[in-house]
Ligand binder design. Sequence first.
Ligand code: GLA
Length: 675
Amino acid sequence: MPQAVVPRLDRLAFGGDYNPEQWPEEVHEEDVRLMVEAGVSMVTVGVFSWALLEPQEGRYETAWLRRVMDRLHGAGIRVDLATPSASPPPWFSAAHPESLPMTREGVRLGVGAREHYCASSPDYRRAAQALASHLAGELGDHPALALWHIGNEFGAQVGRCWCPVSERAFRVWLQARYGDLDALNRAWGTAFWSQRYGEWEEITAPRVAPMPVNPSQQLDFLRFASDEHLACFTGERDAVRAHGTGVPITTNFMATTCANLDYWRWAPEVDVVTNDHYLTAEDERPHLGLAMSADVTRGLAGGGPWLLLEHSTSAVNWQPRNVAKRPGEMRRNALAHVARGSEGAMYFQWRASRAGAEKFHSAMVPHAGTDSALWRDVVALGADLGRLAEVRGSVVQDEVAMVWDWPSRWALELEFRPTVDLGFEERAAATYEALHDLHRTVAVVPVDAELERLARYPVLVLPQAYLVPDGAAAVLAAYVEQGGHLVVPFFSGIVDATDTVPDGPYPGQLREVLGLDVEEWHPLRAGQRVALSGDDGGADGPVGDVWSERVRPRGAQVLRTFADGPDAGHPAVTRHSRGAGTAWYVATRLPVAGLRDLLAEVLDAAGLPASGLARDLEVVRRRGEDADYVFALNHSGVPAALGATGTDLLTGREHAGAVEVPAGGAVVVREACRA
Ligand code: GLA
């Protein structure tokens, strides 16, 4: 059984970002009283407090923070203590103007917001680490301290910087990656367009140029930028660790919403994987994006527990239309994160700000105060989470796997691809929605996962894996040989890690396992559709868009053909038996419904039949040492049926087989362990 992610907590984490510096002392008293009323167990403090903690260079003032922590401790509330490095104070930026980041166009970003620093700036790193070290020295032994939180959402807004300092750091990073210029010239294919480099100093960050800059260079710059932020994190982490506080250290990821970082490289560096997630409020089914973010986070945590550090009680303030949550939605959202492995549900933020850019963001204590439905819902949720303490340490039972890979996404979305209609985010969301509608809990894995990890799942789906690094294709082939069902869409396995096309026809990396070659692509016009043959061979099958291509089977069996379009009469969906398993291939972009039908067929072949659950009943099982916990969240407006036997931890009701989950409601049934 994995260790609880925050060992100093004896219940699920419930609370939020707490900014007492925005309020007078008397409000601090009320804050703590209300936190106790709501069952708050932990709050995050200090996230943006640099200007108060170090009002002048080297002059530290932590007494106020100690008072805040003392007060919280007195009420039994734990602290997630943040280092404030996400927002350097004005004095720092004034003293070190070269630490301000620069855009690709060469524009220096200004102060007055946050995240105004270049991740490669030695002055910034030195100052951030010095403050982190000071905080750990002063407060590292505070009895309220339960978690360290380095910075905030690294790379969220300023993922990359093109300033001269970054450019020099890029060269150093390249020297470490390639060793010598010959290797770099080979990897970047610089024979093309007269780009051969003779000196390291000739290499620039990929600036604005007359045409697309070398894609291998751009891809390396994106990797470099992610690594520079990671170095900021590990620098501060090590400064804290040096004080030996023994408290786990994290930084809050944005698993599905920050495309700037390769979190697979980050995850091994944190003691606890944590995540922030905000609904896309205008989505008709916003719980799907939430579930995918939670599943990606759990994947980063290696399938084990993790912690949700931020979401919202209701509307945010930064989307075009900040739709408020509907009755019951806040509760279902929090429980969905817990269902998917989070050891709590934290919010941005505790008390709504009166000033500043985020004053219209919802909070646990809204501007309306405690005589409000929202506050009553917060108090009720605190009680619900209090009843779920025993789920801590239990493990989500994943059923199928889906690949998620940042470098592949970066490379896919560079310029001069066969069509502008390719996009990782859209394909990932569509694939995830199809699996979600089939009621299968998704394990998210990297494209180069070890065979042992992949072999746990009977089905592995690649939403769109344009880039497959050397070595990974052999693992995918071995996965199939051993009995796995691999599902691959068009335009996958096209290039290696340097964005270079291997010798031979497409999809070079995956040709063997799929048992086919692709002779030529036929991207479709905007809005153009292609029909596929139906089950009986007629033209009434699914309809694809964006892509058609000429597939030549070399051992693969044809399941459907294109009924029209540039490849009419040629294969559109194939299946290749290899060893004990099967590799499936789809040569067009299927909408969610088409993907769902195809994946239902794959799941069935893999021994995972249809669940019979209502479409918007979300069901996830967590397995503990002595019991299973079946979370069922009904996102629809009508009651839904579930089969489960045991006690509902939320109501204490006993269920013997048939459970009715109320419209918009939730149950968490403790069942005898099925293992
Ligand atoms: C992010 C940040 C918070 C806050 C919220 C608003 O998650 O970490 O500080 O800005 O967004 O939604």
